[in-house]
Design a protein around this ligand. Structure first.
Ligand SMILES: [Zn+2]
Ligand SMILES: [Zn+2]
Ligand SMILES: [Zn+2]
Length: 110
């Protein structure tokens, strides 16, 4: 539906926030989610309170920045052969970088 976003005050397609009942545009909705402090924790690497992207083996929180920077997460991608941030692995343990992962997802039309 179209309406005035309660955050940026622009007339856009909005959806109602389930908790507050206020209309939010998609941009502000995503920002609000990102800012949602319930997903935030102190990053064990940089010490900043940020959205938790992942956790290490000892369940310590790691933010997106530190996750991307971690050299141990970089491996040769099975598809493109470049050393990149490994975003996922398939069942056989083959590494996939973000580019190849996205391309694969698009190809499968999820
Ligand atoms: Zn907005
Ligand atoms: Zn961090
Ligand atoms: Zn790749």
């Amino acid at each position: 539906m179209k309406g005035i976003c309660s955050v940026c005050k622009e007339r856009k397609f909005v959806r109602r926030n389930r908790e507050t009942g206020r209309p939010l545009c998609l941009n502000c909705y995503q920002t609000a989610r990102y800012r949602d402090s319930s997903t935030h924790e102190k990053c064990f690497k940089c010490g900043k309170v940020k959205p938790v992207i992942t956790r290490n083996r000892t369940r310590q929180a790691i933010c997106q920045n530190c996750y991307k920077r971690d050299p141990s997460r970089h491996e040769k991608c099975f598809k493109c052969g470049k050393v990149k941030l490994v975003i996922t692995r398939d069942k056989t343990g083959k590494t996939l970088c973000q580019n190849c992962y996205m391309r694969q997802r698009r190809a499968k039309k999820y």
